[in-house]
Design a protein around this ligand. Sequence first.
Ligand code: ADP
Ligand code: MG
Length: 554
Amino acid sequence: ATSPESRPFEADVAKLLHLMVHSVYSDKDVFLRELVSNAADACEKLRFEAISRPELLADDPKPRITLTADAANRRLSIEDNGVGMSGEEMVEALGTIARSGTKAFIERVEAAQGKEGAHLIGQFGVGFYSAFMVAERVEVVSRRAGADEPSIWSSDGQGTFTVATADPADAPARGTRVTLHLLEDAASYAEAWTLERAVKAQSGHVPAPVYLVEAPGVEPRALSDGAALWLKPKADISKEDYAEFYRGLGAFDEPAVTTHFRAEGRHEYVALAFTPSAAPYDLFDTERSGRMKLYVKRVFITDDAELLPRYLRFVRGLVDSSDLPLNVSREMIQESPVLAAIRKGVTNRVLGDLEKLADNDAESFAKVWEAFGAVVKEGIYEDFERRDQLLGLARFRTTASGEGFRTLKQYLADLKDNQTAIYYLAGAEPERLKASPHLEGFRARGVEVLLLSDAIDSFWTSSVQGFEGKPFKSVTQGAADLSLIAKPEAAEDASAAEATPAVTAFIDFAKATLGEKVSDVRASDRLTESPVCLVAPDHGPDRQLEKILAGSGR
Ligand code: ADP
Ligand code: MG
């Protein structure tokens, strides 16, 4: 065997380890979930590789994950007979964190204080490194499927690790064994009852059976059967089963909506999709891909098949198809009409379930909208076919919404006489928008105005024709025609946009002074308290879109 060579982790990794170990993050069980899910992933990868190379399965075709408790030595091992890793793959996979958001994540955790930082770590899903929350040393012995020579990776999580060839007699015949030398205060993870409790709570539905060896040399005992939850009849699945499975996908919250159905007929597939109740930290990361896995007849194929449109990228889950061939290629996936049909079917169901939630439990839906509304609104802009449906689902802060939300249907039901448009003001957060002088004339007439605070709002409002026949109109745009809408009696004489000689003289003065900088100066109904405001031309971008296009953001 070669002598181990010491290598540094990527700088980010050392930092992350420090953060994790020293965070107030208390739910240490998470490490076990991460390691079991890696073991299950490895079994699924092997199943996939074995489609074209069945010899990889050798005489051990059934996936298996075995936990061995060794209380006497304060040790725990997690072993799988999955795809395994070569020495090089271990350097690559365990010495770097491949996720693009790592750096941004660390910055946010460092910026956040106490509880919130801990919460972020939870959302991130720290993967393999979470082992160092409970271990002073971690050893990984692995033999790649189809290769002879095993390798061993070892680290105390303090900034360096080593990789060397391993003693074949002490390595799994195929797959990976992760051994944790537990910290004193994590000694209970070497005890059977702790492991049994944690596996049942977190990993009961991973798609490979989990066995427990209560002490070295004892016969293994099954903790879970590895049956795919999504293939069970809905009636046999409890809310808690669903929630556990959802968290097994890497989530830390409760699902707000669970969509589970079997499509039959022209295309046969099962879909299980969860709408989260809390937003992940990287929701707006442009690199962030969807979180829907594609299976074919229970075999995991890929997690970047774009099974849902981008504006539903917060939904987690899977589709298991019976129609696609197991050796489906990336190109095939992209062009497959089967996939297009699945995408359509799953999108419709997820949106349908969101509509049901909106109808039956407005409060829960408001939370979902709070977390993901800004993303769903991208669909109003992008998904022409479902535009009206998405506009119907959308919730808005308005000058009449108070702390709650309003729908466009509610807005239209309260239109004033002669009001022909849905008015909006786009830009900063609602509180700041409310102070805008542009609203004065609308407020005086009791005309409701949508307060749009997300960057995407400026885009869809400029491309959408309208809703139920009423166009969207920015209050910053030209002469939004307020003169036809009556003011309440009392306010009648407060102002009148009449061209008295004094006003005409002022307008001439303003035009002469501002020259080319403005295209027009005119008297208007829109103000009641402020003397002047800037408006955009009647046609073309409104003020906020103009700012975004000019690259100045808000
Ligand atoms: P993720 O699972 O999200 O990729 P992890 O930090 O959990 O991130 O794991 C990093 C990588 O290490 C995995 O992508 C995989 O390549 C490798 N790995 C971890 N555990 C195993 C295992 N038991 N068998 C094979 N590869 C593994
Ligand atoms: Mg993992």
